[in-house]
Design a binder for this molecule. Sequence first.
Ligand SMILES: NC(=O)c1ccc[n+]([C@@H]2O[C@H](COP(=O)([O-])OP(=O)(O)OC[C@H]3O[C@@H](n4cnc5c(N)ncnc54)[C@H](OP(=O)(O)O)[C@@H]3O)[C@@H](O)[C@H]2O)c1
Length: 263
Amino acid sequence: MIRVGIVGAAGKMGRALCIAALDDPDIELVAAIGRSKTGMRVAELVGRPDTDVRLSDRLETLLDANVDVALEFTSPDSVMGNARWFLDHGVHSAIGTTGIGAEDLAELRSRAEAGPANMFVGDAFSVTDAVGRHIAKIAARYIPNVELSETHPPTKADAPSGTCVRTAQELARVGASSPKAASREIIPGARGGEIDGIRVHSLRQWGGPGFEEIRFSLPGETMTIVLTPWSREPYANGALRVAKAVVNRRGFTYGFESLLGLD
Ligand SMILES: NC(=O)c1ccc[n+]([C@@H]2O[C@H](COP(=O)([O-])OP(=O)(O)OC[C@H]3O[C@@H](n4cnc5c(N)ncnc54)[C@H](OP(=O)(O)O)[C@@H]3O)[C@@H](O)[C@H]2O)c1
């Protein structure tokens, strides 16, 4: 049994994680940290009677509960403070919050590699996402012209999404770029943002949790890879897979694809 504490437990991913953890016979949910709903029973939060854990706003609760791994799904503003706390207190962690910048990632990597607490960071703990991006990197060798779009609900904190930023960076690294367009922007921003030479378009509309399209083109032909999660369950299950792995994975690991042998 791996004892996990969920940080950001009252959020959308946090609640999906609580349910996935309660359903997993190899995982024991022993702590839940939230900024709001403090004192509330997780049983009430997620409609499951089989847990006595209550929401706490103190990270020290993770130590009191003797967690093996902390799962962190909060916000870009909170994640670094929490990550540094895990490293300071020797707590292994699986960090799913997106939006960690390159400099901050480098700090986490060097500290995790030097200290006793293992850390696994990834912006999409899903099999289809990892495989889809892997295929896109192969495609980019033959079809280097690409534009990206991501669609999420209007409540999403960041634009573009962290996963879309990473897709752009990874595709740019293997030589992809957006075609030079003759189009003059009549409305600023009409051509989207640009990351390492790749155009990225963020659509905000109500609907599912969000999806990403990787659009390749050559004169006269196109190919689109669409990554569509239908619920948060795949990410929650992926995060538990990461939690089980990080206990024995010394130092720092980045990206779910490394668990699938795709890196
Ligand atoms: N890696 C992956 O596979 C994956 C998959 C999906 C999403 N994500 C990422 O996971 C993060 C969370 O997504 P979400 O949809 O669950 O967002 P959300 O619904 O806004 O939930 C975030 C929760 O974190 C809480 N929180 C913020 N700072 C905190 C802190 N310092 N201590 C404790 N709790 C804190 C928030 O509390 P309040 O209610 O008080 O604001 C909120 O309940 C985002 O960065 C998202 O992009 C990653």
